[in-house]
Design a protein around this ligand. Structure first.
Ligand code: COA
Length: 327
């Protein structure tokens, strides 16, 4: 079906339509506006994510909804299926809608949630909507039986006041070295061990198994959804018997901003400053490559980690929500 006829038909009213009716050319202006919002709010260059979304839109394989008013796309939300889980990838409504963008986002979310909850075989839905302040989009989720977890977006300036120390030495016997492709499986095992009975395993069920942790790694290392993986600022902590007991993985989310997509240490090796040494190593590597800041997200209830980040020099720039539904 020609998307233009679809757009014409919806003129004058706000309609929620299947995203797969639209082309990348029709969605692009909205994504450009969204990219400006990500840049302003999160110091994040959304371009690589936008391009990936647009490719999937043209391939007509991205499930989701578009809000159309007066023939113009004013909002969209998409989701992906991962085995028995639906993950809400994004939600955005144009500022052109002024005071009505909240209503449009709510309508989009209601459609997405209803579709996923009624999809055969979907037993779990996860969503983390980083550019939405905590509470702002909570209504549809809480009304549909989701649990909510507050999360913090934190930033550490790499230049000027509050910048990180050049090194924090690891404890005796532990070597910090660059992450390599050969560490893929061992890193998945470290992630699985680190998140046993952890609040983040309630938010992201991939952490619960080695297979899930491998899929998580595959996503952050090989796909540009969460920035472009930066091997230069990714490290592992290794024992004298070559066992990997900690890891930090970073991605480039703007030409000069690094984002920690993962930092963890196995339970037996915690409290020995390995986490701090990994963060300092990543920060030093980013500084050497002229990055100006390092960011990360952390669950507010993960108080020990928040405390560590604050003591190092990170400050909270935003509070957003993660939502989880188990059918
Ligand atoms: C967060 C984490 C990487 C810190 O690693 P670490 O090697 O234990 O950290 P360090 O030894 O450098 O620093 C320890 C400090 O961090 C804080 N801390 C961090 N995590 C903690 C935890 N689980 N329990 C107690 N304190 C913790 C404490 O303030 C502690 O300070 P102290 O040594 O003066 O008591 C590690 O706890 C971990 O892997 N946790 C599970 C995964 C996780 O939460 N990752 C971060 C997601 S954003």
């Amino acid at each position: 079906m020609a998307a233009t006829s679809r757009l014409h038909k919806s003129a004058g009213t706000l309609e929620i339509l299947d995203l797969r009716h639209f082309t990348s050319a029709e969605l692009r202006p909205l994504l450009e506006e969204e990219a400006r919002a990500w840049a302003k709010v999160l110091s994040w260059d959304y371009a690589s994510s936008s391009e990936m979304i647009l490719r999937y839109v043209d391939a007509k394989v991205l499930p989701g909804y578009a809000a159309v008013e007066n023939g113009r796309l004013r909002g969209y939300s998409f989701f992906v299926y991962e085995q028995n889980k639906g993950v809400i990838g994004d939600l955005f409504a144009s500022a052109v809608l002024n005071g009505r963008s909240g209503v449009v986002e709510e309508r989009l979310l209601n459609h997405v949630i209803e579709t996923l909850q009624q999809s055969p075989g979907i037993h779990r839905i996860e969503a983390q909507l980083l550019i939405h302040d905590s509470d702002v989009v909570a209504g549809p989720f809480l009304g549909a039986g989701f649990d909510r977890y507050r999360r913090l977006f934190m930033l550490w300036p790499l230049r000027g006041a509050g910048r990180p120390p050049l090194t924090i030495p690891p404890p005796a016997g532990i070597e910090i070295r660059r992450w390599s492709e050969q560490d893929f499986n061992a890193t998945a095992a470290v992630i699985t061990a680190a998140y046993q009975s952890h609040v983040d395993a309630a938010i992201n069920d991939q952490y619960r198994t080695v297979g899930g942790s491998l899929r998580f790694l595959n996503n952050i290392i090989r796909f540009p959804g969460c920035g472009i993986f930066d091997g230069d600022s990714s490290f592992v902590a290794v024992t004298p018997t070559r066992q990997i007991v900690g890891a930090i993985l970073c991605s480039r989310v703007r030409s000069d901003v690094g984002h920690v997509t993962q930092v963890c240490v196995t339970p037996e090796f915690r409290g020995k400053k390995i986490g701090a040494a990994l963060l300092a190593s990543a920060a030093a590597a980013l500084r050497r490559h002229n990055f100006s800041a390092m960011s990360l997200t952390v669950t507010e209830a993960n108080a020990g980690a928040v405390d560590l980040y604050e003591r190092l020099g990170f400050t909270t720039r935003r509070v957003f929500d993660a939502f989880v539904w188990e059918g």
